[in-house]
Design a protein around this ligand. Structure first.
Ligand SMILES: *Cc1c(COP(=O)(O)O)cnc(C)c1O
Length: 340
């Protein structure tokens, strides 16, 4: 264990761990990859990832359970999603076993950075694939790097979960048949300005509406939206331009199978958000950020409360984080042990 890191004070910022993982794709195949101590990579200045955004990434976490074991949460889902991203932008896919084993290699090598059980901190794992080489013409790269680095991250909510407010934006993060459903960096570049504008107005982030009609909720910043109706139905938007969150997929399962709720994946018109008595944004980083209120066209809608977290949201959060830390029994296949 690492005595120098104050786990409770960690935020979400880069900390160089001891090892990173780097694999190369050349002549039509991946090599086995290596653990390296240098956290810099050298690539051609003409690399397609730098100019044309031919890159994608993933984000997942490893948790230390009570018995000291280190476990990753649903890495098979990240592997599948990364391959969908790769296919959309013509990059070579990564076999699932190679993806999971490589994540394990990096986590194991950096065991001293895995926060202790009960600290609320976790080890964030960032896999990425970039198109490299010197084909400056607009065409897929012939060579690729599959890299993974890890860093300990703090509990998202330091003083316990608390709601935050959001505002809708006129900007789109993705086009109707664009790349919104895959985890590519280009989607993020375009979201920096709307995010900054929302923050300047005093909100945590912006809410993106569907790019075709601007009438339905799509994403909350870089997280998925869910709402709870008066009748205890878990509702989450369905659209081809939403990035399919693994946290959301897990909450859908928990709502149905652990909490006996009805689930609807459908359109969520912004003009009828008063159907929800609780709402949240979900993603790997925070798991759930409760939404206090949404402002849209000058009108503010408060869900449960701007200061208190609703009961259903709390229960969803406690169940999912309980599963992730090993305190609540997990559905089969959700927990991948990293044997030391
Ligand atoms: C990564 C991401 C999410 C959250 O997905 P998780 O798998 O839950 O971490 C949601 N929206 C966007 C746009 C994302 O990039």
């Amino acid at each position: 264990m690492n005595k120098e890191i104050d786990w409770k004070e960690l935020g979400f910022s880069y900390i160089k761990a001891d090892y990173s993982f780097v694999a190369y794709y050349k002549d039509g195949k991946w090599d086995d990859g290596n653990l390296v101590t240098d956290d810099k990579i050298t690539i051609s200045q003409a690399s397609p990832c730098l100019h044309y955004g031919q890159q994608c990434f993933e984000g997942l976490k490893a948790y230390r359970h009570k018995n000291g074991e280190i476990c990753m949460f649903r890495p098979d889902e990240n592997s599948k999603r990364m391959n969908i991203s790769c296919e959309r932008i013509l990059m070579p896919t990564i076999p699932e076993e190679f993806f999971i084993e490589s994540c394990k290699r990096v986590v194991k090598a950096n065991e001293r950075f895995v926060p202790p059980y009960g600290s609320g901190a976790t080890l964030y794992i960032r896999p990425y694939i970039i198109g490299v080489g010197d084909n400056i013409g607009v065409s897929p790269a012939k060579e690729y790097i599959f890299g993974i680095f890890v860093m300990p991250v703090g509990p998202y909510f330091k003083g316990g979960m608390s709601p935050v407010n959001f505002i809708t934006t006129e900007y789109d993060r993705a086009a109707p048949m664009g790349t919104g459903s895959v985890k590519v960096g280009g989607n993020y570049a375009g979201s920096l300005m709307p995010h900054e504008e929302a923050v300047k107005k005093g909100y945590a982030d912006c809410i993106y509406l569907d790019p075709a009609t601007h009438t339905k909720i799509e994403e909350v910043g870089a997280a998925n939206f869910f709402g709870i109706t008066k009748d205890n139905v878990f509702v989450t938007p369905k659209s081809p331009s939403i990035l399919q969150s693994i946290t959301r997929k897990s909450l859908v399962y928990i709502a149905e199978n652990y909490m006996g709720m009805k689930v609807e994946q459908r359109d969520v018109p912004i003009d009828s958000i008063d159907e929800f008595i609780e709402a949240g944004a979900c993603g790997t980083a925070a798991v759930i950020s409760p939404i206090g209120a949404v402002s849209h066209k000058g009108k503010k809608h408060v869900f449960y409360s701007e200061t208190e977290v609703g009961e259903v949201t709390k229960k969803l959060y406690n169940t999912l984080t309980g599963i992730q830390t090993g305190d609540v029994e997990a559905p089969e296949g959700w927990i991948e042990k990293v044997n030391l």
